[in-house]
Design a protein around this ligand. Structure first.
Ligand code: TXA
Ligand code: MG
Length: 330
């Protein structure tokens, strides 16, 4: 039976063949759909589609772009875009599908949109159980999904909790009943044979240690590996960044927004416009890619046109401010 959440426009469909078909077509059309996993409900979008991923941030009203977990059917799908060291492979073989997320280096030429990884050269990957697994298999590509709650709220473990938190921002929630694990996945990253615990979660550290035959390293507070999404240095291009530019200075590249260019734009070394129509979803999807391309133009400075602070503009400006922050500071 299909339920419509009272006073909200989002549909709640019970997990099953109809829900699978509805979620599949919504995701292929670039929408974000809330789905059950064994840990918590996730707000999923096609990980190869930047605008779809931008809609996740828009729906959650996140004031910043943190990297998201890529959900896969298993090691085979993950290998299309990420590289496994032997220890990560052993952990995936043992714990997947399940509540373990591995941070792995991205492969050259991968199709994961940079908004998923927030421009990092690593990607967080996990294979969920149940409906999520079936859905990813039906779509044949990875799904980016953070927990399906509004930013700053607790992660939802029922479809109703998702609807209560995000019901006015998304159109479809798949109800798979209460989640069985109830907390987010454990996140680890293997580096030089050392397993770093980035986030405790649904798989106990002791169980990982038993399989790996070694102790986990707890990340130090403030260390680079613990919270990559918060570090200014990860977003710093080689070029300086000049925000809210009103004109162009000699040798600068220009990152534009909206229909109109600032004075002197024709003299810029390179120009890329995040969204000519002023669409913040489109702008978010282009942000990391365009910053990288303008940086590669060799300009010493990238001037950035003003971007409004509403909707996704807040996260875009947050990212730009980090990129413009003085170097050597975090
Ligand atoms: O159980 C879960 O993990 C749920 C379900 C939906 O799968 N997802 C979830 O996603 O909790 P989210 O976005 O709320 O948390 C993702 C975490 C963030 O702490 C983020 O910093 C970290 O994963 N992360 C993502 N990519 C990373 C990377 N390349 N390196 C280090 N940490 C990363
Ligand atoms: Mg979360």
């Amino acid at each position: 039976m299909e339920a419509v959440s009272p006073a909200r426009k989002c549909r709640i469909l019970p997990a099953g063949p109809d829900a699978l078909a509805a979620a599949r077509s919504a995701l292929l059309a670039g929408e974000a759909v809330a789905i059950p996993t064994e840990t918590v409900y996730g707000l999923a979008a096609d990980a190869t589609n930047g605008e779809a991923v931008a809609r996740i941030f828009e729906s959650k009203q996140r004031p910043s772009f943190n990297p998201l977990i890529c959900h896969v059917t298993g090691i085979d799908m993950a290998e299309r875009f990420a590289r496994f060291d032997p220890l990560s492979r052993k952990l995936a073989e043992h714990f997947w599908p399940g509540a373990l997320t591995l941070v792995l280096p991205l492969r050259e030429g991968h199709a994961i949109h940079p908004l998923v990884t927030a421009g990092l050269d690593t990607v967080a990957v996990r294979a969920p159980q149940g409906f999520g697994a079936e859905l990813i298999a039906a779509i044949g590509r990875p799904l980016a999904a953070p927990s399906a709650n509004r930013s700053g709220r607790i992660s939802p473990t029922t479809a109703q909790a998702v609807a209560d938190s995000l019901g006015d921002a998304i159109s479809l929630v798949i109800d798979g009943g209460p989640t069985t694990v109830g907390v987010e996945s454990t996140i680890v990253k293997v580096e030089d044979g050392v397993i770093h615990l980035l986030r405790p979660g649904g798989v106990a550290a002791e169980d990982i240690e038993a399989v790996a035959g070694k102790t986990l390293q707890r990340a130090q507070a403030g260390s680079a590996i613990q919270a990559p999404g918060m570090l200014a240095s990860h977003y710093a291009p080689n070029a300086r960044m000049r925000l809210n530019a009103k004109d162009i200075e000699p040798g600068e590249a220009l990152l534009g927004f909206g229909p109109q260019r600032i004075a002197g734009a024709e003299k810029a070394r390179a120009v890329l416009v995040l969204s000519a129509t002023g669409d913040l979803v489109e702008a978010a999807a282009n942000l990391f890619d365009y910053m990288g391309r303008l940086d590669a133009s060799g300009a010493a400075c990238i001037a950035v046109e003003p971007i409004p602070e509403h909707g996704l503009g807040e996260a875009i400006n947050d990212r730009l401010r980090r990129a413009a922050a003085p170097r050597g500071q975090e």
